[in-house]
Design a protein. Structure first.
Length: 623
């Protein structure tokens, strides 16, 4: 019989051990209760001379001898013991030198005699009695261990729970039903991974020419750009099995579990090759090792070492590609990125205007659309949206249409859904009239400055309806996609940010706390212009930013500063100068267009929300 066919001895489950211990404890307790003499009255100690007198007078029924001790029962109750109380039971001690006349006297009086080994009851009884609590404690301890093990393995209590725990929740053994046609807006990334499809379909052709496909491919990009979708589409396009697991699933309380799951994952993939292994959130286990305050032997590093060892163990004959996804490639360990591991990097960027149109078409193919829906207009109004954001936009618009009992999703639903996602949900607050007027002045100041500045983005909407965490909002939409930000554009943004505060000071005579977020954003932008982008003549093109390395992420244990205190003061002075000039420019625009501002404030208080065309009617044409 082959070795694999021999029946394996099954281990005894813990619950059988617990039951056995409990049964033993009950049996000991029962034995002790049965062997104990049922005494209803106390047995008193009497002198040996009195015992001999009772024996000679035939006043005994039975006598039990245990070494130097004797116990007995009287024919009838008598006054015995220290207090001379009535009792039928007594005990005494035989002299150590012995009494040769005792046994003949007992036989002559025909008294029932029992002889037990010395100390049989006196030693066994205390031992068994003292062991009983320990037996119960051990049984309880095994019961606790059994419960803990069942909780760790999922509480199923069935065969193979520990194996399932060590293997983890790998989503595997399937061929995805999606292809590259279902991935829109990432044409560059699809071209980079297209040759992997050919290798998985025809690996022999590559091996004959001595070519080796990359063992690891790292998908990098902001959240929501479709890294997981791209990995599934690659497997679906190649028609191979897709093994998916998240990096966080490797991390467990017990050290070594993550490494065990890695071994099971790679072994199963090798048995079913060609295949694709996809590890999402790779940065959760692939951070730089041996830095910060952590040790070098924790669970994360053990798991990472096992992944690297498995990738090095590929012999070249396995048609397996390991895909990793992360949005933090800066914290990854260098050993992950070296040649032979995740050496091919595919970047998935946020979609541009044309890509957003293609993504909209993919996510709306099952949505009944109204005749007024224009994808180009929706795409222009959603700059910076990822593929996941666009999918959420379509879903929110469909939910709004369903809530309104509409049969089709119209452009109004898309506009309302976009405002909800970008500006926040409408909040109904009981705002006092004077505070409402201040909000109108503040938002009108932002809108007027943005309208008349030559390098500012056009104003899309201004509202004093509380949304999200803001009491009012001025929303601008760019005319085109921006990949670099010119200095004049950034200076214009500073002016717009301080326009609301300047309007409050000019029209109301004082400022309020409503400019808190404006000042914070303007200060951060001005500091970046001075210390990072060299947009100050006094500072020049010098990098004076603070360290951007976060403590405990892998490199820096503190926040070091690589410049002098004098340089820091120069940066503060340049930032203050930038903000001062921006505030002065905003104030000049407000003073020079005071009449248009008053008209805009009145319209905004009356209608609460104004769109771009209504703002243009209030402010007139630009000079």
């Amino acid at each position: 019989m082959p070795e694999s066919q021999h029946p394996q001895k099954q281990p005894i489950p813990n619950n059988w051990i617990i039951n056995a211990l409990i049964i033993v404890g009950l049996m000991v307790t029962l034995y002790l209760s049965l062997t104990q003499r049922p005494v209803t009255e106390p047995a008193y100690d009497i002198p040996y001379s009195e015992f001999k007198e009772l024996l000679n007078n035939s006043g005994l029924v039975s006598v039990t001898l245990k070494g130097n001790e004797a116990e007995g029962t009287l024919l009838e109750a008598a006054n015995i013991g220290p207090q001379k109380e009535l009792s039928r039971y007594f005990k005494t001690r035989i002299p150590d030198i012995g009494d040769e006349t005792l046994l003949p006297a007992i036989e002559a009086q025909h008294v029932e005699l029992k002889v037990l080994p010395p100390d049989t009851d006196g030693v066994l009884w205390p031992i068994l009695l003292s062991m009983l609590p320990w037996i119960l404690i051990i049984a309880f301890w095994f019961w606790i261990l059994n419960r803990v093990q069942r909780n760790i393995s999922g509480g199923l209590g069935g065969k193979g729970d520990l194996g399932k725990f060590l293997r983890g929740s790998t989503k595997a053994a399937e061929i995805p039903d999606i292809t590259f046609d279902d991935v829109a807006g990432q044409d560059t990334a699809k071209r980079e991974v297209a040759e992997l499809v050919e290798f998985l379909k025809h690996p022999t052709q590559y091996r004959q020419l001595g070519a080796e496909v990359p063992r690891g491919v790292l998908l990098m990009g902001p959240p929501g750009t479709g890294k997981t979708l791209m990995a599934r589409a690659l497997a679906g396009e190649a028609g191979v099995k897709f093994y998916s697991i998240s990096g966080s699933e490797f991390i467990e309380v017990y050290v070594g579990v993550g490494a065990s799951r890695v071994r099971h994952l790679f072994e199963e993939a090798k048995e079913n090759s060609p295949a694709i292994i996809f590890i999402d959130e790779l940065d959760s286990i692939g951070r730089t090792r041996g830095t910060g305050l952590g040790g070098g032997h924790d669970e994360r590093e053990q798991t990472l070492n096992q992944i690297l060892a498995e990738m090095d163990g590929f012999s070249g004959h396995e048609a397996i590609i390991v895909l990793g996804a992360t949005n933090r490639p800066d914290v990854l360990d260098p050993a992950i990125l070296r040649p032979g591991r995740f050496d091919r990097h595919v970047v998935l960027e946020l979609p541009d205007r044309n890509d957003r149109i293609a993504i909209l078409k993919v996510h709306t193919h099952k949505v009944p659309l109204g005749d007024d829906v224009v994808f180009e207009q929706i795409s222009s109004g959603t700059p910076g949206f990822s593929g996941a954001d666009i999918k959420n936009l379509v879903n929110e618009a469909a939910m709004l249409a369903a809530r309104g009992k509409a049969t089709k999703v119209s452009m109004t639903h898309f506009d309302e859904a976009r405002d909800k996602l970008m500006l926040g949900t409408v909040r109904r607050l009981a705002i006092q009239p004077e505070e409402r007027h201040r909000l109108a002045v503040h938002e009108s100041g932002h809108a007027l400055v943005a309208y008349f500045l030559p390098h500012a983005d056009p104003v899309y909407k201004v509202s004093i309806i509380p949304r999200g965490r803001a009491l009012g909002v001025t929303h601008q939409l760019p005319d085109h996609e921006r990949y670099t930000l010119p200095e004049d554009y950034l200076r214009g943004r500073l002016v717009v940010m301080l326009g609301g505060r300047s309007a409050e000071r000019e029209l109301l005579g004082c400022v309020s706390s409503g400019a808190d977020d404006d000042i914070a954003q303007a200060t951060a932008l001005a500091r970046a212009m001075v210390s990072r982008w060299g947009m100050s003549k006094e500072i020049g093109p010098v990098d004076l930013r603070n360290s951007e390395e976060h403590p405990f992420l892998g490199k820096e244990i503190a926040q070091p500063r690589h410049f002098s205190e004098n340089s820091a003061q120069s940066v503060d002075k340049a930032v203050k100068e930038l903000l001062g000039n921006a505030e002065k420019q905003a104030m000049d625009l407000i003073v020079s267009h005071r009449k248009q501002l008053d008209k805009l404030i009145n319209e905004l208080e009356e209608h609460e929300t104004l769109n771009g065309e209504q703002i243009k009617l209030c402010l007139g044409t630009k000079k």
